[in-house]
Design a protein. Structure first.
Length: 431
């Protein structure tokens, strides 16, 4: 067999693994459904890598009564039978190397020159025509079903997944939110879908431990045939509303997703309102002096419900940080914490104002003043929100008695662009 014929055989094998089906993408797995003519025993064949990604217990038949379902390992008996037979090795940059296949498990060939080497399937030429799938032993799944015109086979696979990702671009007082969807195929085979849907949300998917495969694994490697991810005509994602609490989207035009590929598509086009930046300082009360940076926050309200996913924030085209956008409802504000902001620093100082003592000199309470001196190097003015937690038997804040022993003192101040500001409060605590 020529190298060209062998390559065509491998290509046909890979394309055969991408039979058209209905695909459902979930955040951590996918579901494949195929409509088949219900013969005496409809069957599916998986390569070993593909079978390892099938979720145990997820194979289903619908359309008629299922009598039994059998999963059988398929060893490569044909290749084992070629041991001792003459073969030719075609290796780039070398003339054809005649030899003998002496071990099928790892494709070990003893050359007529006396040397031995391991080869790849696409380097091996046999005297006759190999059967389809000779280089990829795997698992055959057979469905014994009652007669019906058609039926549907479905299974879940960890090879497929999807995730939305977002980018918030801010400049001045304006902000724009864009969304993309990453569809991933982490397996070694291609998937082709005529009807493709994406689901977002929380879904409990407990997977039982798979039973060990009663086969002897081969170490022979096959070159995968790369297939570019292709969209059918009119490809695009469209929201379909909710289905049992999950957000649902449809990919128009179908999809072919090659082995190991990630396809990124435009997702939603949300509009944002009430966009604002602010800084937050969260601290605790004690008598020590300390300094640090405020945390950078971005707050906005989307007009669409958004599934959770990573979000990158850019200011005038420069990356500020990446956070996780939690699942958001349309019309509900989102508050993002981008972490420490070196452009807004603070110095916290504490000064004792007075002591209250009993007639015998015992200290009953202490009044202290806490001051935050704020320094900004930002080009725009910014609002700073301060929250300090105070724990004491009794607490009085700025002359107002508190009803709890755990008090959150909250204050706000506007810091001018490139300027300074301060905020203070008095705390009276009982000893």
């Amino acid at each position: 067999m020529s190298r060209r014929l062998l390559s065509a055989l491998l290509l046909g094998l890979s394309l055969g693994a991408a039979r058209a089906a209905d695909l459902r993408f979930y955040p951590s797995f996918g579901e494949v459904s195929q409509t088949v003519k219900a013969g005496a025993a409809p069957e599916l064949t998986f390569t070993r890598p593909a079978w390892a990604l099938v979720q145990p217990g997820s194979l289903r038949w619908t359309g008629s009564a299922l009598r039994r379902l059998r999963s059988v390992p398929v060893d490569n008996a044909w290749l084992s039978a070629q041991e001792g037979q003459a073969v030719t090795v075609l290796r780039a940059g070398l003339p054809p190397l005649p030899g003998t296949l002496i071990r099928a498990a790892d494709l070990l060939v003893k050359l007529d020159s006396g040397n031995a080497l391991n080869v790849r399937p696409d380097e091996l030429v046999f005297a006759g025509t190999p059967p389809r799938g000779w280089a990829q032993p795997g698992v055959r799944v057979t469905f014994d079903v009652e007669a019906a015109p058609t039926g549907q086979i479905s299974y879940r696979t960890n090879a497929l997944s999807w995730q939305p990702r977002y980018e918030l671009s801010a400049s001045g007082s304006a902000a724009k939110l864009s969304a993309l969807a990453d569809l991933r195929n982490g397996g070694e085979g291609a998937f082709q879908g005529e009807k493709v849907e994406l689901f977002a949300g929380q879904i409990l998917n407990v997977q039982p431990m798979p039973a060990p495969m009663p086969v002897s694994p081969t170490q022979a490697q096959t070159d995968s045939v790369a297939m570019n991810a292709m969209l059918g005509s009119g490809g695009g994602l469209a929201p379909l509303g909710e289905l049992r609490g999950l957000q649902r989207y449809a990919l128009k035009g179908g999809l072919t997703l090659g082995a190991g590929e990630t396809l990124t598509l435009p997702f939603l086009q949300p509009k944002v309102s009430a966009f604002t930046r602010y800084e937050r300082i969260t601290s605790y009360f004690d008598r020590s002096e300390r300094s640090g940076s405020a945390n950078r926050h971005y707050k906005f309200t989307p007009d669409l419900s958004l599934p959770a996913g990573p979000l990158s924030v850019l200011e005038d085209g420069a990356l500020v940080g990446t956070v996780t956008l939690p699942a958001a409802q349309a019309g509900r504000p989102i508050d993002l914490d981008l972490g420490s902001d070196p452009e807004l620093r603070y110095l916290r100082t504490v000064r004792q104002l007075s002591l209250e003592k009993s007639p015998d000199g015992k200290v009953l309470s202490t009044t202290l003043q806490v001051t935050y001196a704020l320094t900004s190097t930002k080009a725009l003015p910014i609002r700073v929100q301060l929250r300090e937690q105070v724990y004491a038997r009794t607490v009085v804040v700025d002359g107002q008695p508190q009803t709890s022993q755990q008090v959150n003192v909250e204050r706000g101040v506007d810091v001018p662009a490139g300027g300074k500001a301060s905020v203070s409060f008095r705390v009276k605590i009982a000893n």
